[in-house]
Design a protein around this ligand. Structure first.
Ligand SMILES: [Zn+2]
Ligand SMILES: [Zn+2]
Length: 326
């Protein structure tokens, strides 16, 4: 089974041009993903071309131009020397059709696999994948889109909570809404050979009235790109958005995120998280009291172990397991 050395193939536009008299078929190996409708149209467009009315059967493959999973094939007519690209994807990506490389990055995020697993998967399918660098670029692009959407949803939820609290007159002396929030965290089960210590943790703050997300934080001790670089014994780790943002203990990840959420609530939404519904983990509340996010204003704790909260927890774990393994 061929294992593609994608990083070298990325440099590509490996033009195997020979002199026009000695055109030989360039051999494309393996399989490709194509936009089937686009491919069909392209073949139709090339089926007959002027001035000699030659057909696609008169054309040879000159080279392949490939960037990750996106590929186009340069054809040359042996009758009239016409050179034309056979595009396997539409060039202008509309809202509805996502770039295949971005789609692949999104697929890794939503299935909870990383670059290495995706590369392996595609190698077995015999489809050349993308280099870690290209993957990283697309992963960042998709991640940014997800974050934008999440921020927007959180802002809307905060507005909703804010209105409801104001309607009930639950405000402080500066007319800032004082709301009740639920907070919880989770850790990744995957250990990356560090069995005693979770590599990633996620925690969130949810408005109790709306049940909607107001704050989400992630702490990572692990960055797949850094790990890849060290596994490959790279002397210099290439520039990348590093996901490693935590070097403290895994158990302190949750309280750190929740304290951050409380500290930012006024700046973000002009809301005070007045009451915290906790799941019995007193360390988070303890940290919160120490942090004094609202100065002299005391954050109250409401103990709650009902099924509603457990639902939140299991949902959160579901989300986190998808989000944090990258
Ligand atoms: Zn021709
Ligand atoms: Zn890194």
């Amino acid at each position: 089974m061929p294992i593609h050395n994608t990083s070298e193939e990325e440099i590509e536009v490996e033009r195997q041009r020979t002199s026009p008299d000695t055109i030989t078929d360039y051999v494309i190996e393996g399989r490709r993903i194509v936009d089937i409708q686009k491919l069909f149209k392209e073949i139709q467009n090339l089926s007959r071309h002027p001035p000699f009315n030659c057909t696609i059967a008169d054309m040879n493959i000159l080279t392949e131009n490939r960037k990750g999973l996106k590929s186009s094939i340069l054809l040359k007519c042996k009758m009239c020397n016409l050179e034309k690209y056979l595009n396997l994807f539409t060039q202008d990506e509309s809202e509805t059709s996502m770039d295949i490389n971005a789609a692949a990055a999104l697929a890794t995020i939503s299935t909870g696999i990383g670059f290495t697993a995706a590369e392996e998967f595609m190698a077995i399918l015999d489809v050349p994948f993308m280099s870690p660098n290209t993957y990283q670029q697309h992963h960042e692009f998709v991640g940014e889109k997800i974050r934008e959407t999440a921020w927007k949803a959180m802002e809307e939820a905060a507005q909703e909570e804010s209105l409801l609290a104001k309607e009930l007159g639950e405000v402080d002396q500066y007319n800032r809404p004082c709301i009740t929030v639920v907070a919880d965290g989770a850790w990744s089960k995957r250990s990356y050979n560090v069995n005693y210590d979770a590599a990633s943790g996620v925690a969130c703050i949810i408005g109790q009235r709306t049940g909607k997300l107001l704050f989400l934080g992630i702490r990572n001790k692990y960055c797949s790109f850094c790990a890849y670089a060290s596994a490959k014994n790279m002397e210099v780790i290439p520039d990348h958005t590093c996901y490693k943002n935590w070097s403290n203990t895994s158990t302190s990840m949750e309280s750190d995120i929740i304290v951050e959420g409380f500290r930012k609530s006024i700046d973000m939404y002009n809301i005070i998280y007045k009451r915290l519904v906790g799941d019995g983990d007193s360390s988070v509340y303890k940290k919160l009291i120490e942090a004094r996010p609202y100065g002299s204003l005391h954050v109250e704790k409401i103990e709650c172990r009902n099924h509603l909260l457990r639902n939140f927890c299991s949902k959160l774990r579901e989300i986190s397991s998808k989000f944090i393994h990258h």
